[in-house]
Design a protein around this ligand. Sequence first.
Ligand code: GLN
Length: 370
Amino acid sequence: MCKGLLQEDAVIIGRLNCDEFAMGGSNETSYFGAAKNAANPELVPGGSSGGSAVAVQADMCLAALGTDTGGSVRQPAAFCGQIGLKPTYGRISRYGVIAYASSFDQVGPITSSVEDAALLLQVLAGADENDSTVSPLAVPDYPSLLENKEKQKIAVLKETIESDALDPEIKSAILKSIEALKADGHTVEYVSFDLLDYLVPAYYILTTAEASSNLSRYDGVHYGHRNTEAKSLTELYKLSRAEGFGEEVKRRILLGTFVLSAGYYDAYYQKAQQVRRLIREKMDSLFMDYDLVLSPVAPTPAFKIGDHVQDALVMYMADIFTVLPSLSGNPAIALPLGNNSEGLPLSIQFTAKHFEEDKLLAFSQAFLLS
Ligand code: GLN
């Protein structure tokens, strides 16, 4: 994944904190402890790629990479006032990335300008003999296409804006943007998205199922931590896995094993696959009529370290708006939308048709400059 960057002589200056196995939305499940938000050190930077976002926010580097399975590039970018791009599934090679949920995982840049996001995507995208899921589609010259000032037809997902979970200041900032977009000549229309309640359950069934399979290789023999006291092979597996994984990762392995187990497979895993297909079809049909889809990124701005860490369900529900493009595979971007009354960054999300990152980036550039 970094091959292109090195070939272009990028200077890689370090590795950044993230939630363990990229499972989390606040950086608090990191083995190394939580990174802090540079806007206020009592707050989380988001997750899982929280270290990446805060490093760009604090101007420690020009750009950072993260992986985005259900929002891990976009949500920390939002919490830290940066730009976070999740490309189309299959645009960038996953070679070298530790797999969380292989049919969702995608590398993405976190930057403070759209130019930098375009440049990084340009360098990272494209076929790779080491990852057969990467698209062979030619990579457009994203930076040179940023000048495109075409007016877009934008669908606002009504249920996301009307959601009770949405913070009022985020809502009013988004409503203001909608008016500004209209004044700028874009067509903006509200559309109904009746699958909103199914997004988080489908995401957490499918990703934990994939994670339980991907992480089975961490058995102390092939990969990962190895216990040194075990007296038998079974004991070695048990102790290595019990010691080597944190609580959240264990929770997900157990959940994933459960939804894949005989007797529950049809009720959970297969059902969630069917729901994923409906979500994909719904998005495809929206993109027959619209260029872009508008929604929030996260329901709230950055929250306090420690506030939600004991309640997995609250954490999971906070992914409600970011998991949609992850389930459908569409490219999506989180863009900064000023600060709230407490000086915390707010954000807005735009999603495009598969492989239309060029349109998404050009629109983002115009949006931020207007
Ligand atoms: N917060 C989401 C999760 O915990 C997203 C994580 C990610 O994209 N890696 O699964």
